[in-house]
Design a protein around this ligand. Structure first.
Ligand SMILES: C[S@@+](CC[C@H](N)C(=O)[O-])C[C@H]1O[C@@H](n2cnc3c(N)ncnc32)[C@H](O)[C@@H]1O
Length: 291
């Protein structure tokens, strides 16, 4: 059952005339050591981000195939990327980020986990000139686009994705969506304050303020809308995803592994993942690998 506060937020977002302004992230490129450490901590196995990472991992798995070369834009400490790379040992991944401390964390994690299918590049996602036209099988990005300074940078990023992707390539790019009312932002921002470091709550609230509105995503993503669909719930677009059609048929082994991972999440995460599945399911984005 959705909580009363969630229902209130839905009603508020549907009827408010407020359009809270976008406030750019104080730490655009995340290289402040304390912020990097808080982010890494929140991404640890079974920590607060676990259900979100699992949900995105399942969706990413659906748009990539064994043998693909996949680029993860603004990969950060690679918590998400490592999970996907473990699930897809025959796929090659390249993580791109502009923050050296994040890339150091990412490399440390990949080495510690013994993953041999991931490499990293230091670079700016608005200029992917390190990749040739039509050279990449799939592009993914999670919870990162709100770090861009403005919607021109967002448009440049999507244009670069359109340029480097092969025809028929996979896309899963997901980020927070901007809520109209300040009170809705306050509700979501503080939802998990009791379960996570204070610095991470602060970072999360900053992220929600920095998020782009669904109409900004739609305008910027124009070059990709023939290849992927933008999913944003009208009632409460707190997350917005651009996802291409699935590129892999049913994979019972992967489905079983993901179901096990979901079952093994701590009990308090079960409602969170159900919320995410319901939230995106309402606007038609379903994942056969994580029903
Ligand atoms: C909130 S983290 C997301 C990390 C990861 N994708 C995840 O899901 O955990 C955002 C990342 O975007 C990176 N970033 C911000 N602006 C960037 C840019 N223009 N090019 C590349 N990376 C950027 C930051 O350094 C940071 O690591």
């Amino acid at each position: 059952m959705p909580s009363p506060q969630l229902v209130q937020s839905v009603i508020r977002e549907l009827f408010t005339s407020e359009r809270s302004p976008r406030r750019t992230e104080p730490d655009l490129v995340m290289d402040d050591p304390a912020n990097v450490a808080a982010y890494v901590e929140a991404g640890r196995e079974h920590a607060v981000m676990a259900p979100v990472y699992l949900f995105h991992a399942a969706n990413i798995c659906e748009v990539i195939r064994p043998g693909d070369t996949v680029v993860d834009l603004a990969c950060g400490p690679a918590n998400q990327l490592a999970m996907v790379a473990r699930l897809n040992p025959l796929t090659t991944f390249i993580g791109v980020d502009l923050s050296p401390p994040m890339l150091a964390q990412a490399q440390e994690l990949i080495t510690r986990q013994g993953l041999t299918n991931v490499t990293f590049r230091h670079g700016d996602i608005t200029d992917l000139s390190m990749f040739a036209d039509g050279s990449i099988d799939a592009v993914v990005s999670t919870m990162a686009l709100h770090h861009l300074p403005d919607s021109d940078c967002l448009a440049r990023t999507y244009a670069e994705v359109a340029r480097i992707l092969k025809s028929g390539g996979g896309i899963y790019m997901v980020d927070f969506g901007h809520l109209k009312a300040q009170r809705s932002i306050d509700y979501f921002g503080n939802q998990y304050a009791d379960r996570q470091p204070a610095l991470f709550t602060e970072d999360y609230i900053n992220s929600l303020h920095a998020a782009f509105y669904p109409d900004q995503f739609r305008a910027a993503a124009a070059p990709l809308l023939q290849r992927a669909k933008l999913y944003a719930t009208i009632a409460l677009p707190f997350m917005v995803a651009l996802k291409s059609p699935a590129r892999r048929g049913d994979d019972p082994a992967l489905r079983t592994t993901l179901a096990e991972m979901k079952k093994n999440l701590p009990q308090w995460h079960h409602a969170d993942i159900a919320d995410l599945i319901r939230h995106f399911g309402m606007n038609g984005m379903r994942c056969a690998l994580l029903p």
